[in-house]
Design a protein around this ligand. Structure first.
Ligand SMILES: NC(=O)c1ccc[n+]([C@@H]2O[C@H](COP(=O)([O-])OP(=O)(O)OC[C@H]3O[C@@H](n4cnc5c(N)ncnc54)[C@H](O)[C@@H]3O)[C@@H](O)[C@H]2O)c1
Length: 348
């Protein structure tokens, strides 16, 4: 009931005045559109559905402006008509930016429909789009009014999209949650097969992953502190992902970054051979890549330089010190990275 009130407004609204602008991923609309329309019809809500064909290439300001034009035509009321965003991380990031820019902020509700967006993209306050070949270069912090999590959406994802989301869960596991790591080790293959539809292990894994994110993000929502464990896997991956488009998904680029950072940690004798092997083996079990042909020393050097700008002049590179813990480093060299790339190439 409480969720329905957030979604549809309080009982004080006259029913005839209820209007909602709904932004929905095209594929999600194909699968779930009839039930979503049925829901709003049932509650006598006047709705306008904006269906977006999403991709990393279309996650840009042109799309944001197209959406704002449609929102303008709808004529959204500034405070009492929250925009409802239903889709994966791309749709949610676009919808969040549209909501933030219009009228300097219209409330919005996130309903993630991919594993990656359920455990990661819908948890924090960040919204944004790609710009000038750079990942999420134009963006803001704009927390939603509410986020509704429903893992039954995951049943219609293909297994590659499940693996993609598992990469963000693995990030939390290696950096700060060894229990979560063990759960992934024990259940990795079945999670992919069952698309997290079981009622026992998956809820636990999702809960651990989200709690891990919340513990990091809640006290540092505006990122005043730039040493962030949630940046594990996100130091080299933004540039890797953008250069490998459309070959790599977001989580796949994160997995490569996790593998690289773990090998860098091993080379520095921060972690044991056994922990190194466990991490690399789990990445493979989760059907994620260890390396990609775009990963040359030059490209990764460029990626690190971009990360240094983003992290205010220092690498602040999270490297694992064991499974479930990490520390930050500022002195990783191109030579170390080159050796790590070669090591990963030998493993595939
Ligand atoms: N804002 C943040 O904090 C944050 C954090 C992590 C990632 N992200 C962003 O998230 C994006 C990646 O998100 P993603 O992995 O969800 O990709 P995505 O949004 O591109 O969705 C992946 C694919 O799944 C389809 N899809 C979505 N839900 C479905 C369902 N239930 N059934 C069948 N198909 C479905 C989509 O149409 C799409 O083709 C990246 O752009 C990344 O930068 C943002």
């Amino acid at each position: 009931l409480e969720n329905r009130q957030i979604l549809l407004g309080s009982q004080t609204h006259a029913k005839s005045s209820l209007r909602r602008f709904i932004m929905i991923d095209e594929r999600v609309d194909e699968i779930y559109g009839d039930s979503i329309r049925g829901y709003f019809r049932h509650h006598a809500v006047e709705y306008h559905i904006l269906t977006l064909s999403t991709s990393e290439q279309k996650k840009n300001m042109d799309t944001v402006l197209q959406c704002t034009e449609e929102l303008e035509t709808f004529g959204i009321s500034r405070r009492c008509e929250p925009i409802i965003a239903i889709g994966g991380g791309v749709l949610l990031d676009i919808a969040g930016l549209v909501s933030n820019l219009c009228h300097r902020g219209v409330p919005y509700i996130r309903i993630p429909t991919t594993l990656l967006s359920l455990v990661d993209a819908s948890i924090g306050a960040k919204v944004g789009v790609n710009f000038s070949g750079h990942k999420n270069r134009l963006g803001t912090y704009y927390p939603p009014l509410a986020t509704f999590l429903d893992k039954s959406f995951l049943r219609t994802l293909d297994s590659r999209q499940i693996s993609n989301g598992l990469a963000e869960i693995l990030k939390i596991a290696v950096a700060k949650d060894k229990k979560l790591f063990a759960l992934l080790e024990e259940n990795g293959s079945s999670l992919i097969q069952d698309k997290l539809q079981d009622m026992h292990v998956s809820p636990l894994i999702i809960q651990h992953a989200i709690q891990g994110m919340l513990d990091e993000l809640a006290p540092n929502l505006w990122e005043h502190e730039l040493e962030r464990y949630v940046d594990f896997g996100h130091s080299f991956s933004p540039v890797i992902e953008m250069r490998a488009l459309p070959e790599l998904l977001h989580g796949e680029a994160v997995a490569i970054d996790l593998a690289l950072s773990t090998v860098l940690a091993y080379q520095r004798t921060l972690i044991s051979t056994s922990d190194l092997n466990r991490v690399l083996h789990l990445i493979k079990t989760l059907e994620l890549p260890l390396i990609h042909s775009v990963c040359t020393p030059d490209l990764l050097h460029e990626a690190l330089q971009d990360t240094i700008l983003h992290r205010d002049g220092l690498q602040r590179l999270p490297l694992p010190t064991a499974i479930g813990s990490a520390r930050f480093f500022n002195d990783v060299t191109v030579q170390e990275i080159t050796i790590a790339i070669d090591a990963l190439k030998r493993l595939i």
